[in-house]
Design a protein around this ligand. Structure first.
Ligand SMILES: Nc1ncnc2c1ncn2[C@@H]1O[C@H](COP(=O)(O)OP(=O)(O)OP(=O)(O)O)[C@@H](O)[C@H]1O
Ligand SMILES: [Mg+2]
Length: 575
């Protein structure tokens, strides 16, 4: 082995660059973060050839003083922290004092900057190990950093760069994240001389629509929650339009885009009961936390964080998100029906309906719902899901509320209501039973009889009481009160199949929701059953007080709002 040597400064920087400067997109991220730290209000990004030829970021931030320019390029030189205590409570994006030095070691870099104190600007150039003199430059307040020919001096790394289109794609992703992190800043993105994105300073909802598309905004619910020093806000995608790919999941911690297991897990759990199969929720969430409660110095790229109290953070995010995406319909805004856009951009964030009316406002009506012939009160005083108008083809309920027309899939909605009641019952001990006047006797196979006898206690907990009427016959004497009028034979067979396959313990724990959903299926109002207006109203009122009633047990939506504006659009009215 040869003797130990101290590595030359350039090589040290190039090694460090390996960690932070993976591709043009990582250069872009570092430059953008510096502009954010400088307090910029407007930032322009210029890329050439996917950023391989040039990445340039121009801002109107506080600028760099003349004498600090060479320092900005030096390793371990930063204006952002001084002490360990600063590091532990760091609120800026940067703090390592390393990014520009690393970038300069593997590219040609120019900084032109002007601070408030200076009568004009100054510029400096660096290329590999070489750093030029500071020269005067004409410019406004702010900084422009230009990085050209990435990896010009490290051909081995240059080989790893992909096509221009791929590298541009990565740059766009970085741009998108930062734009979503800071909607109050204006951003422009230019590629090969063409403007590919222009965003003015705007509220988060508008920024989300501009960056992620209007569909995302319309299919998401605003969220705002606070507990102690923790605050979570942003947009949580409603379960219905969830997609198969996890490509719209943005978590920011104190304005920094992160990929974090604790947060991702909380989100998965919040959506767990609402999403069907492998579908992925979409969300854009900002978590604000005392900087001392989170360590961002985990990896040089800073996309990982470590929470001091990850349990509390998990609980808080889970709770806030759950409330936002699975509220009873009475508190939730509406999953707007997607109406084909007719040319001009629609309004920004559709105003939330005045749905947060106190329960008392329609409780009185609920009592009245038991009596026949309810007159249709005016839409203004209508409860959130409105008053029933009619039933369509035995499948949908049409109702009128303040905003317009509500369409309810009555079977899906009823199923959800029954399921939530069964769940609540079970959590209180056991499902409420109703004794049957005439026992329901039906044939089963011998294995079913054995399973039933073995699991008598569990079945009773689920509201089913039976006697064995013969080697192939069960007589059900009591059934879950909510299901007693349904198809009991099918219900019992299904429960027995579940018990046989998974065992009682599993069925009541991990499989519980699936089991209850299966049971609820047998009770629910079947399509083609005619409901009276009173029954329809009763169903609407129950939806309003039922948790997660916005989607059925299979994750499909149970109702849609069509606003008057939506209808006007359909008929091209008012234009
Ligand atoms: N756009 C800018 N506007 C004003 N000052 C800047 C800008 N870019 C860089 N600087 C100055 O140059 C210094 C070095 O930047 P660099 O990105 O290398 O390190 P850092 O941001 O402090 O830490 P990190 O390595 O974590 O990014 C910064 O501390 C800052 O003082
Ligand atoms: Mg930096």
């Amino acid at each position: 082995m040869s003797a130990i040597r101290i590595l030359p400064e350039l090589l040290v920087s190039q090694i460090a660059a390996g960690e932070v400067v993976e591709r043009p997109a990582s250069v872009l991220k570092e430059l953008l973060e510096n502009s954010l730290d400088a307090g910029a209000a407007a930032i322009t990004v210029t890329l050439e050839e996917g950023g391989i030829r040039r990445v340039q970021v121009e801002d109107d931030g506080e600028g760099i003083a003349r004498d600090d320019l060479p320092l900005a390029l030096a390793r371990h030189a930063t204006s952002k922290i001084e002490t360990l205590a600063d590091l532990e409570g760091v609120a800026s994006m940067g703090f390592r004092g390393e990014a520009l030095a690393s970038v300069a070691s593997v590219a040609r870099l120019t900084i032109a900057s002007r601070s408030d104190a200076s009568p004009h600007g100054f510029a400096i150039r660096a290329e590999g190990a070489w750093i030029g003199e500071v020269t005067p430059a004409a410019r406004e307040r702010g900084t422009t950093v230009s990085v050209e020919d990435l990896y010009f001096n490290t051909p081995a790394r240059r080989k790893f760069l992909r096509t221009e289109a791929t590298e541009f794609g990565h740059c766009e992703a970085v741009f998108r994240r930062i734009a979503l992190a800071r909607p109050e800043i204006a951003f422009t993105l230019r590629h090969n001389g063409r403007i590919s994105s222009h965003l003015r300073a705007q509220p988060l909802g508008d920024r989300a629509a501009a960056v992620l598309g209007r569909e995302f905004l319309h299919a998401s619910l605003p969220l705002e929650a606070q507990a102690g020093t923790l605050r979570l806000h942003g947009l949580a995608g409603s379960p219905a339009p969830a997609r198969a790919r996890a490509d719209t999941q943005y978590f920011f911690v104190n304005g920094r885009f992160v990929r974090d297991r604790v947060l991702a897990h909380a989100a998965r759990e919040a959506y767990a009961q609402l999403l069907h199969g492998e579908r992925q929720p979409a969300y854009l969430l900002h978590l604000e936390i005392d900087p001392r409660g989170v360590d961002v110095n985990v990896h040089p790229a800073k996309t990982e964080v470590r929470f001091r109290d990850s349990r509390s953070v998990h609980q808080f995010v889970l709770g806030a998100l759950r409330r936002a995406v699975s509220p009873s319909a009475a508190q939730s805004p509406v999953a707007y029906a997607a109406i084909a856009p007719s040319g001009a951009a629609g309004p920004a964030l559709q105003p939330a309906l005045g749905l947060a009316q106190p329960a008392a406002a329609y409780q009185a009506f609920m009592a009245g719902a038991a009596q026949p012939a309810v007159p249709l009160p005016s839409a203004e005083q209508a409860p959130p899901l409105g008053f029933a108008l009619a039933q369509l083809h035995g499948v949908y309920i049409l109702a009128q509320n303040e905003a317009g027309l509500v369409l309810v899939d009555m079977h899906a909605a009823h199923e959800r209501i029954v399921m939530e009641r069964l769940r609540a019952d079970l959590e209180d001990g056991c499902v409420q039973r109703q004794a049957l006047l005439v026992p329901a006797v039906f044939r089963v196979d011998t294995l079913d009889v054995a399973t039933a006898e073995e699991n008598r206690a569990t079945l009773e907990q689920l509201g089913i009481e039976f006697t064995v009427a013969g080697p192939n016959e069960l007589a059900v004497r009591a059934a879950p009160a909510l299901l007693a009028s349904g198809d009991l034979a099918a219900l019992v067979r299904e429960v027995l199949a579940e018990l046989r396959e998974f065992g009682a313990a599993q069925a009541l724990a991990a499989r519980r929701d699936a089991l209850l959903a299966g049971m609820a299926c047998h009770a629910a109002v079947r399509a083609n059953r005619l409901l009276t207006v009173t029954e329809m109203n009763a169903l609407l009122r129950e939806m309003e007080v039922t948790e997660r009633s916005g989607s059925c047990n299979h994750g499909r939506p149970t109702w849609y709002q069509l606003t008057l504006a939506d209808l006007d659009k359909l008929f091209l009215r008012g234009r």
